[in-house]
Design a protein around this ligand. Structure first.
Ligand SMILES: Cc1ncc(COP(=O)(O)O)c(C=O)c1O
Length: 437
């Protein structure tokens, strides 16, 4: 159990960090009250803090680590590559190896480009779709996160269908006027918007399983209906598989739901803990990319050999072990979900517990959660009590109600047993918080 410490190195580091990094962090969600623990090292299922605490990790770098921390095969491959050089500014066979693995895995990907982050991948996928179609607008879904670039950092106003207004200062309204935001899982808004706007819409971009507003699953046939409509109206369908790619299955949500998008974006697991992402799709769209075509996209670090070897090693391990890996992940995740749901009943905490494959999350709400609006009804104070108690019990989950927890192959039976005990205490802690609505 993690006891509060009189002197904490994490606290000192946070004070130091705040003087040089806005909010003390390099990505906003990493900051939490009263201060985040700072990491010294990680291995397998565990993070070890500078204060000597250890945490069973269900954040797993926001879903980037399916095989756990410092996976030996990846570390060895990267070590060998480091001695051969880290960046060449000229092509390598490794980039082709990785591209071929992705092409084989992801149903819609006939050609792809390697980039450095998920943000870059979705930004360029949208540009590719616009370049190919000659149309300006895109449709996205409320609560879906596609990175921090101007076109997609848009929240919807009230009403079923709205033109986006920027979520962040610094984004010109002119940019987001081309982004239409509709609620997730709403068949009618989807149909009406596509019928009304199709002449102007280059692409629909969606997280097929919504993992950035907590965890929200697509309703039965919703993705199939989206595929049908986009096909019928000649709109490019982009599946943002940055979380779901290689997680729901080797072929991501497309394999899981037996659907083919026109384009997909991939990241996180793709790099095995290193910085790499990809966007790809139908050949006729991708062959417009420069230097073959006129749609420009470039990157100094794109396809760098260190990330490429980490990616190849990870994907090969997943492909090799897929028949054992995915069922086991799902079994462990279902067990965690079921236990959480049972404990919520035991402690009389109103909760909705969702899971799919190796993703899970609990919403502290009495209402079914099907979209962003219903997710927002959750009691975030209860979530904070649950999160803080888990931390005290040595279990780390993302510190927000509107994120998702991830199970990795590195989680052991002992980890699960410890986690169940921690869940018990955390649900009890949540039950002591008076509901805020
Ligand atoms: C679905 C999805 N798309 C895009 C991104 C952006 O990726 P990155 O943080 O690598 O820029 C994320 C990040 O969490 C994501 O979850």
């Amino acid at each position: 159990m993690v006891e509060p410490k009189l002197s904490s190195k994490s606290k000192e580091l946070f004070e130091r960090a705040k003087k040089v990094l806005p909010g003390g962090v390099n990505s906003p969600v990493r900051a939490f009250e009263p201060y985040p623990f700072f990491v010294n090292r990680a291995k397998g299922s565990r993070l070890y803090s500078v204060d000597g605490d250890s945490f069973i990790d269900y954040c797993m770098a926001y879903g980037a680590l399916l095989l756990g921390h410092a996976y030996s095969e990846v570390v060895n491959a990267v070590e060998a590559q480091l001695r051969k050089g880290t960046l060449y500014g000229a092509p390598t066979a490794l980039e082709i190896d990785l591209a071929e693995l992705v092409q084989k895995a992801s149903p819609c990907v006939e050609m792809l480009r390697l980039v450095n982050s998920g943000t870059e991948a979705t930004m360029h996928a949208i540009r590719a779709a616009r370049g190919f179609s000659g149309k300006k607008k895109i449709i996205k879904f409320e609560g879906c996160y596609h990175g921090a670039h101007d076109n997609v950092l848009v929240k919807a106003g009230s009403g079923a269908t709205t033109f986006g207004s920027p979520t962040s200062p610094g984004i010109p309204e002119e940019t987001t006027q081309n982004t239409i935001v509709i609620p997730y899982n709403n068949f009618q808004a989807l149909e009406e918007t596509i019928k009304r706007e199709s002449h102007d819409v280059a692409a629909v971009i969606i997280e097929p399983v919504l993992g950035n507003a907590g965890l929200i699953l697509p309703m039965k046939d919703y993705l199939r209906y989206l595929r049908k409509l986009t096909e019928e109206y000649g709109i490019i369908l982009i599946f943002d598989e940055i979380i779901t790619g290689f997680r729901l299955a080797v072929g991501g949500a497309q394999e899981y739901y037996n659907l083919k998008a026109d384009m997909a974006t991939l990241g996180k697991i793709l790099g095995g803990g290193f910085t790499i992402a990809a966007f790809g799709g139908r050949k006729e769209i991708m062959q417009n990319m420069s230097p073959l075509g006129k749609v420009y996209q470039a990157g100094t670090f794109s396809g760098n050999p260190v990330s490429a070897i980490a990616g190849c090693t990870t994907l090969q391990a997943l492909i090799r072990g897929k028949n054992e890996i995915y069922p086991k992940l799902e079994k462990n995740c279902t067990y965690l979900k079921k236990t959480l749901a049972d404990l919520a009943v035991d402690y009389c905490v109103e909760a909705q517990v969702h899971s799919i494959a190796s993703m899970f999350q609990v919403f502290f709400s009495s209402q079914p959660v099907v979209d962003y609006a219903s997710a927002k009804l959750s009691d975030t104070k209860r979530f904070q009590a649950y999160f803080q108690e888990l931390l005290r019990q040595g279990v780390f989950i993302p510190p927000s109600q509107f994120e998702t927890c991830f199970v990795a192959t590195a989680h052991t039976e002992e980890d699960l047993a410890h986690t169940i005990n921690a869940f018990d205490k955390a649900l009890h802690a949540a039950s002591t918080i008076k509901r805020t609505d």
